[in-house]
Design a protein around this ligand. Structure first.
Ligand SMILES: [Zn+2]
Length: 259
């Protein structure tokens, strides 16, 4: 059954609200992703994860997939390459807040946000906290990277510093999703090198403090990492792991009694 929010009529939505349907909301971005990946990379990944988990969950609980929020904030430095949209941070907070508050006004109470872009976390947390205060609805903020981090640590071919942006995991995911990626256009020269006991520059490295990658090292290609060893096989394993963990978490969250 199609569980896309946009395909439903209002009486169908009314039924789903009565059943306390779980809302899946991917939030992504359109920005440069090096010379070898499409600028829609994050939006494609967020949408694919949303579709896969909605299809699987649909056998077990009422669920609806929202259209992916396709644009948001990226640092100004990324406008060095074409393809990067820039919505101001405050606008992102308000936009996400108002999407969530519209859903809460309709009567939805369980909302899982898929944060498919590296720079939105703080903004999404603010919007979600405000919604909790206004509606007593506790949305869940999830991140695909966290849902496969342990797996990736075991199977990655790049060394630490090889996986942050347009890197091994993003390239592998797109390859597994059927995109035809020409790795001869990619490079490993923009691998990250910063490493200390507080911060390791890699999406899967130690982060005791927050620092933006874009201030640590100049990228020549728009890549931060080492995508040359990306593969369909790595991408498939990461997708399977993410979907497995998302399904497990979504069931737990749907049954969770908030106070
Ligand atoms: Zn990305």
């Amino acid at each position: 059954m199609n569980m896309e929010f946009m395909t439903k009529s209002w009486p169908e939505l009314e039924e789903l609200i009565k059943k306390n349907a779980l809302i899946i909301l991917p939030v992504a971005q359109v920005e440069e992703h090096g010379p070898h990946l499409p600028v829609g990379c994050d939006t494609y990944i967020g949408t694919e994860i949303g579709k896969r988990i909605t299809e699987k969950l649909n056998d077990e609980l009422p669920v609806l997939l929202m259209p992916t929020v396709w644009t948001g904030y990226s640092p100004k430095k990324m406008t060095k390459w074409p393809g990067t949209m820039r919505v101001r941070t405050r606008v992102v907070i308000d936009l996400i807040h108002d999407i969530l508050s519209s859903l809460c006004d309709m009567g939805f109470k369980k909302i899982v946000v898929i944060d498919a872009h590296g720079q939105h976390r703080g903004m999404l947390e603010v919007a979600i906290r405000e919604i909790a205060d206004d509606y007593n609805v506790y949305c869940a903020l999830t991140n695909p990277v966290s849902m496969m981090a342990e797996k990736f640590a075991k199977i990655r071919k790049s060394e630490i510093g090889g996986a942050t942006h347009a890197c091994e995991y993003e390239t592998s995911l797109l390859m597994a999703m059927g995109f035809n990626i020409d790795l001869s256009k990619a490079t490993d020269e923009d691998k990250l090198t910063y490493k200390s006991e507080f911060y390791v520059a890699d999406a899967f490295g130690i982060k005791k403090v927050f620092l933006s990658t874009w201030g640590l090292q100049e990228s020549k290609s728009g890549i931060y990492g080492a995508p040359l060893k990306s593969s369909v096989e790595t991408g498939n394993q990461l997708l399977d792991e993410m979907i497995k963990n998302y399904i497990k978490f979504c069931k737990e969250y749907w049954e969770l009694k908030t106070v």
